[in-house]
Write a protein that binds this ligand. Structure first.
Ligand SMILES: [Fe+2]
Length: 257
């Protein structure tokens, strides 16, 4: 399993686990999130891994936890460049999937899921609301396994579930089929799960003894079709190929003339 090419796996299953090509930007990002997160609680001085994994010991209840998540996420979006840091960490893998002309989602989503937290992500597919041509990059900030993780269904089963919906099946039927035919991802910190928009996924109730922390981000080729969210309101430009740079410059000149 470890020796197989993740790109081949991605094509077969619609998702795959990729290891960071450069850990440094990811480590720096995580350290900054930790530094800020600890200012939002009565921090007890524990190490970063323990702080994340045992975060539930701070006992934040649902509305407090939600406020904590929103405060921290807002800070990340103002102060950090999450899309850029993750792109640096996983650059080669991202360009292998979307090409050299890359735009990224502007804001990040940060999820903190303590054991027993009922605020779960229901089973869904990101596309066609989001374009099929953007890759979703799910980055846990701690090692995740079993129900501390997310569940995901592969390409054949996601397609079968879609077929059931198209044949008039209910959303409930769709969910129960996916839940039966999905895996809880085992992902170590330093890795990310990349998946396509058509793949069904969600988050189970965390029944483990550790809190999950994860980021998710979307990357796409600037020239690929967009979903309901357009380039200006949702995406920022990260990299352009030499041809696209020359092309955009000429377009600007022609429009000015
Ligand atoms: Fe999703």
């Amino acid at each position: 399993m470890k020796t197989t090419d993740p790109l081949k796996t991605f094509e077969e299953r619609g998702y795959a686990i990729f290891s960071a090509v450069d850990r440094k930007p990811l480590d720096e990002l995580r350290a900054r999130i930790f530094d800020h997160a600890k200012t939002l609680v009565p921090y007890k001085g524990e190490k970063m891994e323990d702080f994340f994994n045992k975060f539930h010991e701070y006992g934040l209840r649902s509305s407090e936890l939600n406020k904590f998540r929103m405060d921290l996420m807002g800070w990340c979006n103002r102060e950090l460049r999450v899309a850029r840091s993750l792109h640096e960490a996983f650059r080669g893998h991202i360009s292998a999937l979307v090409g050299p002309d890359v735009v990224a989602q502007k804001g990040t989503n940060l999820v903190v899921q303590p054991p027993g937290d009922k605020d779960q992500t229901p089973t869904h597919r990101d596309a066609p609301m989001s374009s099929h041509f953007e890759v979703i990059v799910w980055v846990p900030l701690v090692d995740v396994y079993k129900t501390k993780s997310m569940f995901i269904s592969d390409r054949p089963h996601s397609a079968q579930a879609l077929g059931k919906l198209q044949a008039g099946g209910s959303y409930g039927d769709f969910c129960s089929f996916i839940e039966k035919h999905s895996t809880n991802l085992e992902v170590d910190y330093g890795q990310a799960c990349f998946f396509a928009g058509g793949i069904a996924h969600g988050c189970p109730l965390n029944a483990e003894k550790e809190t999950r922390w994860s980021l998710n981000m979307r990357y796409k080729n600037i020239f690929s079709p967009y979903g309901t969210r357009g380039i200006n309101d949702y995406f920022e430009l990260l990299t352009l190929s030499p041809l696209a740079k020359v092309g955009f410059d000429f377009e600007k000149l022609e429009h000015a003339g």
